[in-house]
Design a protein around this ligand. Structure first.
Ligand code: SF4
Length: 317
């Protein structure tokens, strides 16, 4: 199977709207060419600096624009972060992600502490990922030199719908940070969030943006909105789990070599829906009780589910 970056909107629309059994079958064919069908990567995400973010992302409990009850916390100290990374590794995680609620990285004491965390986690032989907001080229290079394997920066939704979700930055800002990350030789983790009131066409447009990135993001997180009280999307309608399945399967077909991550919102899915997401080509999940500030199934529940399905956690980062 050839990896393509020239997918057209019509082709993607045609795939997304296939009858579900056909869509899942094609996703499985793509999946099996590049990945073991019985393996799922376990990742852990830790909020190293919580709340008080100046951005106004309508889904986010950490935005300073909304009253959500998330308490603001300063940057954690590197020793605590390393302890959390060691625990995550002991529970089977091979990737450790650190998230800070910043609009952008600012050079100085806090960034130096993040670099120290990256060096420490990389020394544990874990894939190390950060999500810190916008980055300059030189900051991306310093993260790379510290041992960063991946940088998460989501496109969130389609360019057409983006203005409904965020007003404090534009789509091109996202694309620029992704370009800086690429230039530094760090792998890209980039996906979106479903269930924010977007249409099928928005989801198709987001997938088109992702699938036309050259190279593709090595990791594609597909999140389902977890409505947070106090945010503009706090009362959003529940997403049909089959929309998640369709989006994951389409992502798998368009970006067959990437890891597709079933990310936030997994706790709202039944075991059967999660199983369908695996069949559709998801091969990475976040484990641990919390995803930044939202609840997530615990590591024990995940291990039990994999065992029930006869699947296993990926061993090597
Ligand atoms: S999603 Fe990130 S950038 Fe947006 S408000 Fe939340 S922490 Fe800030």
């Amino acid at each position: 199977m050839q990896i393509r970056h020239d997918w057209t909107r019509d082709e993607i629309r045609g795939i997304y709207h296939l009858p579900l059994p056909e869509l899942i079958f094609r996703a499985q064919v793509a999946h099996r060419e590049f990945h073991r069908p019985d393996e799922v990567q376990l990742c852990r995400l830790l909020s190293i600096k919580t709340g008080g973010c100046p951005e106004d992302c309508a889904y986010c409990s950490q935005s300073a624009h909304y009253k959500t009850g998330v308490a603001r916390q300063e940057l954690m100290n590197p020793t605590e972060v390393l302890d959390a990374a060691k625990r995550a590794k002991a529970e089977g995680a091979t990737r450790f992600c650190m998230g800070a609620a910043w609009r952008q990285v600012t050079d100085g004491k806090d960034f130096d502490r993040v670099l120290e965390m990256v060096r420490g986690v990389a020394a544990l032989d874990l894939e190390v990922c950060c999500t810190l907001g916008m980055l300059t080229e030189s900051q991306a290079q310093r993260l790379k030199d510290a041992g960063l394997s991946a940088y998460n920066h989501n496109l969130d939704t389609s360019p057409e719908f983006y203005g409904e979700i965020v007003s404090t930055r534009v789509y091109d800002d996202r694309l620029q940070t992704i370009a800086h990350v690429r230039k530094a030789g760090i792998t890209v983790c980039c996906g979106g969030i479903l269930g924010m009131g977007e249409t099928d066409e928005d989801r198709i447009s987001l997938l088109e943006q992702l699938a036309r990135l050259t190279p593709h993001p090595e990791s594609v997180p597909i999140n389902s909105l977890v409505p947070n009280e106090g945010t503009p999307l706090g009362g959003a309608e529940e997403l049909d789990p089959l929309v998640m399945v369709r989006t994951i399967a389409t992502a798998r077909i368009l970006m067959p070599a990437s890891r597709v991550r079933l990310a936030a919102g997994r706790r709202g899915l039944s075991q059967e829906a999660v199983t369908l997401c695996f069949l559709a080509g998801a091969n990475s999940i976040f484990t641990g009780e919390k995803l930044l500030t939202t609840p997530n199934p615990g590591a024990d529940a995940d291990h039990r589910l994999l065992e029930t399905l006869g699947m296993r956690a990926m061993q090597n980062a």
